[in-house]
Design a protein around this ligand. Sequence first.
Ligand code: B12
Ligand code: SF4
Length: 471
Amino acid sequence: MVLQMKILLVNPPTERQLFGTGGLFLPIGLGYIAAVLQREGHEVYVDDLTINPLSVEQFGDRVKQLAPDVIGFTAVTPTVKMAFGYAQKAKEVGCAMTVIGGPHVTALPEESLVPGVDVIVRGEGEVTMKELVVSGGSLDSVKGISFRRCDEVVHTPDREFLTDLDSLPYPSRELFPDMRLYKGQPVLGNRTPVGNISTSRGCPYGCRFCFKALFGTRFRTRSAESIVDEWELLVKRFGVKEITISDDAFTTDAKRVHQVCDLLIKRGLDIPWTCSNGIRVDTATPELLKHMRAAGCYRVAFGVENGDQEVLQTIGKKITLEQVEQAILNARKAGIKTTGFFMLGGPWDTLETMEKTVKFAIKANPDYAQFSIATPYPGSELYSIVRNEGRLLISDWACYDIYEPQVFFEMPGRFTREEVLAVHAKAYRRFYLHPRTVARKMSTIDTYRYLPRTVMGLKKFVFPNWPFSSE
Ligand code: B12
Ligand code: SF4
């Protein structure tokens, strides 16, 4: 018989507003961990402190009162310091075991074993956490974890990736705050509540700025039936009005996407959805996009990154600028809106290639453009290049968010911080105030229908120094 444990899972609050645009999604990874633990018969609680904030002191009281056997925190780089602080408090008030999982600690397990943190779960966490909570202190036998023994740090062997994603239960959304409190990214026009769904893990491509240690390079998928069953649950049980697919590479297998679309249509699940994290332009064929549109998809994002073909080669993106333009055109013809993701100030950039990127964004003409400044997240090759060849300017992890324009490093002889900031500040204005973009926005009904959102976007990205606040 399996020992029944009381487990508290925590999404730590952010030190500052991560989403200048006001977005919030249910932390789906924590939802999967909760579901697997519940399936094992454990008593599971979730505190999403981004929705229901608790100070460190209040959290201490909560832990004293609940008295969980294990507390598990999720963390990305900008939230990891918060997770450390809350974990320390949990230990102070007597929690037996504190655990942290997620991308940041997967990349830097040793550095993350700070006072108050007992165990780091590296990579995909479901099976590891399931074994860990009943390990009774025999940590050596649990794969995929790091912990301290006396003065030594022990890293057990990596955990194998799951091969059958359909074997996972759906995330335990019922343990989280009301779905209506998760607002998505209002500047892009989500209808709330917006539900996020993960349909695959792993990405076979090797872009050098991207962090891949969590889910690896093998593209692993859920079946169309499993995806659409969860979709139906999101709509019927959780009342979501829109769905966003959070995959890295949703359209890698076109046949599977066609199956998903067929099923959505067959079951009459007529609800708007988006691929907001980006699909690859080389998969965006007219046939696929038309089918996606017929099944309710109304916006996709494309990771374009750079407007210089040579740089695209260097960063291992394996796409051409022609493919980008064609994909945007295909989407427009299919009736799907597009967002282009562009990155400025990568270590491979010069002032000239950044200029090319902004010019290309204008030429390629997506409906929305997002210009981010390259951020060296630990674990990516970008991070190693910056550590070895660049001059790191910001080392406080709490500042590693991307929605506030900040420059994390300089590349001597290539560009300075001030130069990148200047290019970035102008990029949004050049794109959104371009006569063609203005004309398109003026002729789009959504611009007026969602006027507060239009103003919010203008204030945030185009005129950040306007003397009024829209947030
Ligand atoms: C969708 C997505 C978003 C969405 C939604 C985020 C959300 N909270 O759901 C949006 C656009 C809002 C977003 C925002 C941000 N994101 Co994001 N995002 C992703 C993306 C593409 C998929 C995330 C996902 O749904 N994964 C599926 C679930 C099942 O996996 P998971 O959450 O990682 O959980 C698994 C493991 O990590 C682990 N695990 C996680 N937590 C825990 C806890 C315990 C106790 C245990 C045992 C295990 C465990 O087990 C889980 C199940 O296997 C990833 C890329 C990727 N492939 O990971 C980037 C990624 C996670 N994002 C990243 C970043 C940087 C951000 C932002 C900081 C950007 C910003 N605004 O400045 C914010 C942070 C928001 C936040 N608080 O989480 C980075 C993180 C890098 C890092 N070193 O931290 C990633 C890895 C992208 C990248 N390649 O660089 N993101
Ligand atoms: S950026 Fe996208 S395509 Fe490239 S490796 Fe990362 S997830 Fe894959």
